[in-house]
Design a protein around this ligand. Structure first.
Ligand SMILES: Nc1ncnc2c1ncn2[C@@H]1O[C@H](COP(=O)(O)OP(=O)(O)OP(=O)(O)O)[C@@H](O)[C@H]1O
Length: 600
């Protein structure tokens, strides 16, 4: 749990070379498949805007024609034309929405699928580094921002720019002097928008990261609700949440002020210029240098350009948000994945599991600390079960995690029946090696789905056998038997029940290599004895590495290895190590149950 309100995850430090346009251009592969829909949307919005610009011309014609000449008969066709233009504008803007709504929902789904698939492929070390809320906010609010950008700002940036250019030409054509007066504010506005872009982008990125921090605190509080309640720490957590929410509020307010400042200028300057144009125009009409109808047409055109100009602030702000959301998406998508070796025909030699000179340190280990594993040499013969014991924090779990390459060893080799694990495709490696961790994780799915995650192709018989081995017969008493949903993280089950399902998942596929990390720690003595008896059968057919804290688990194994100081200190049978290895004796001391069971 974070102790203060500082953001827990900082954006990458490539800010100086960053550009919103470049960031948004990276969305091209996603936008390309729906390009024709986007072109259609732009075309519909462009024609609609064209209709808006024709209205002032018709108004000018009405003033100089039917009104000037008191010709009522000529008025009706022009009023009919105005109505038609209004209806066309409304219909075309509606068509734009209909055209892109569905394709854009597909684009959002594709981006989210890509992000999810990437998260699945990235190594565990990536997930150690990234707070979950940062990933959640990328998969939810950032995706929404990107879809909205493609739906509105992208289309209207094109349409409004073209409308503005067409309107400017029209104003200059109607009267070049008035046109120049109206267009003078364009120069300071362009300069101001450039300045706004960089400042607003930075603030938008901070807000998105703070949003991710907030999601992390929220997720931790929901997952840890039992601990928080039992220690009465809800208020502390609520304070952490409020502090982070306050930071986000501050950044959002800063963004709102920036936008408000920009807006004041974007709205104010053109209004000022329009006032000047009106004054000059009136003088010109008074001196018969300009017709009243042309002045009406000019002013109506200037007013019709208000939306394209005023929307600029909003469009720029939203594009910047989308740019930083794209950066956040590609922060993850650009992360290098674990190297996959070229498939090669490797001959299996039945050598079992062999660690040779294996070293490891966590990527985020403090500088200057020694490697956690400093040259592990260990051989587990085919069909043998080896128990790994060591003091708390000595690296037992870490060592077992190297076998299925959840982490990559920093040096040395690990072989399975002579095949270097670094040369095996990950999918193949994880078919060969099955694992059950001390902390059993279940998913919001049925018991059957949770167990069969260990071997999707396994049939009902294998499922039943695995459940029997893990002494998980309790599932048949659940309301829908093996089809009962066990809830998020399996919270509806007891710790021991979850551990037994995790064990069933590890053994269901009769794996060639099995890694069990203290798999019986949450079981009562009676169930533990039953599971052990059944496990002996499974272990007889497989090559296994079992992390053991308890003497009863040690006795499942043929041999024991002692891990200390990042190396294997000694290997041998339990009895021999008791006699020859003082460290082992010390580790096992106080375990009177062990002595009792050995002498039994
Ligand atoms: N993801 C990680 N990043 C950095 N350090 C880690 C990470 N996971 C574990 N460690 C550190 O590595 C050391 C060994 O941890 P490990 O879980 O392998 O020990 P262990 O022998 O299995 O302990 P225990 O018997 O308590 O389960 C510990 O000091 C731990 O703090």
């Amino acid at each position: 749990m974070a102790e203060n309100a500082a953001p827990t995850h900082q954006p990458p430090t490539d800010a100086p070379t960053r550009s919103t346009v470049r960031s948004l251009l990276r969305l091209k592969p996603y936008a390309y498949p729906i390009r024709w829909y986007l072109v259609g949307a732009v075309a519909a919005a462009l024609v609609a805007s064209g209709a808006v610009l024709v209205v002032p011309l018709v108004l000018g014609r009405i003033v100089d024609g039917p009104i000037g000449h008191h010709d009522q008969a000529a008025l009706w066709p022009l009023i009919g034309l105005l109505l038609l233009l209004g209806a066309a504008e409304a219909g075309l803007f509606g068509l734009r929405r209909v055209l892109i709504a569905r394709p854009l929902a597909r684009v959002e789904a594709t981006m989210r699928d890509d992000l999810y698939a990437k998260l699945q492929r990235l190594p565990v070390s990536f997930h150690d580094r990234w707070p979950s809320g940062q990933l959640l906010s990328r998969a939810t609010s950032d995706m929404y921002t990107l879809r909205l950008f493609l739906a509105f700002p992208l289309v209207f940036l094109v349409v409004n720019t073209l409308t503005f250019l067409a309107g400017s030409v029209l104003m200059l054509t109607l009267d070049w002097r008035l046109g120049l007066i109206a267009l003078v504010p364009a120069v300071p506005l362009i300069l101001l928008c450039t300045h706004f872009e960089s400042r607003y982008s930075a603030a938008a990125r901070i807000a998105q990261d703070q949003n991710g921090d907030l999601a992390t605190v929220l997720e931790e509080s929901v997952l840890g609700i039992r601990i928080l309640k039992s220690f009465g720490r809800q208020r502390t957590m609520a304070r952490h949440f409020a502090e982070r929410a306050e930071l986000l509020r501050g950044t959002e307010l800063r963004k709102a002020w920036m936008l408000a400042d920009l807006w004041a200028v974007i709205v104010g300057l053109p209004e000022l210029a329009l006032g000047c144009a009106l004054a000059v125009g009136s003088v010109l009409v008074a001196h018969d240098e300009l017709s009243a109808g042309t002045l009406v047409a000019f002013l109506s055109t200037a007013l019709a350009l208000r939306w394209p100009v005023e929307s600029l602030g909003w469009l720029l702000a939203y594009s910047n948000e989308a740019g930083t959301a794209a950066d956040r998406l590609f922060d993850v998508l650009d992360t290098p994945e674990q190297a996959e070796p070229e498939p090669a025909s490797v001959v299996s030699n039945g050598d079992g599991i062999r660690f040779t000179g294996v070293r490891f340190r966590y990527p985020d280990a403090p500088a200057g600390t020694p490697d956690l594993l400093r040259g592990i040499d260990l051989h587990i013969r085919r069909g043998e079960t080896l128990a790994l014991v060591g003091a708390t924090g000595s690296g037992k779990t870490t060592l077992t995690a190297l076998l299925p390459r959840l982490y990559e060893a920093t040096a040395g080799t690990i072989t399975l029946d002579g095949q270097d694990t670094a040369q095996l495709p990950l999918a193949r490696l994880r078919e060969l090696v099955s694992v059950a961790f001390e902390e059993p994780t279940l998913f919001s799915a049925s018991v059957r789905e949770n167990v069969l995650m260990g071997a999707p192709q396994a049939g009902p018989e294998q499922l039943e056998r695995a459940l029997a081995t893990a002494q998980a017969d309790f599932v048949h008493q659940l309301p829908q038997g093996v089809d009962t949903e066990v809830g998020e993280q399996g919270l509806s089950l007891s710790g021991g029940q979850r551990q037994r399902l995790a064990l069933a998942r590890a053994v269901v596929g009769s794996p060639e290599f099995l890694v069990l990390d203290d798999p019986l720690s949450a079981l009562d003595v009676h169930t533990e004895a039953l599971v052990e008896r059944a496990l002996r059968e499974v272990l007889g057919d497989t090559t296994a590495l079992v992390v053991a804290h308890r003497p009863s688990t040690v006795l499942l194994a043929d041999r024991v290895a002692v891990l200390a100081g990042g190396r294997i200190l000694a290997t041998g049978t339990h009895q021999r190590l008791l006699e020859t290895c003082p460290e082992y004796r010390e580790l096992m001391s106080g375990e009177s149950a062990l002595e009792a069971s050995v002498t039994r």
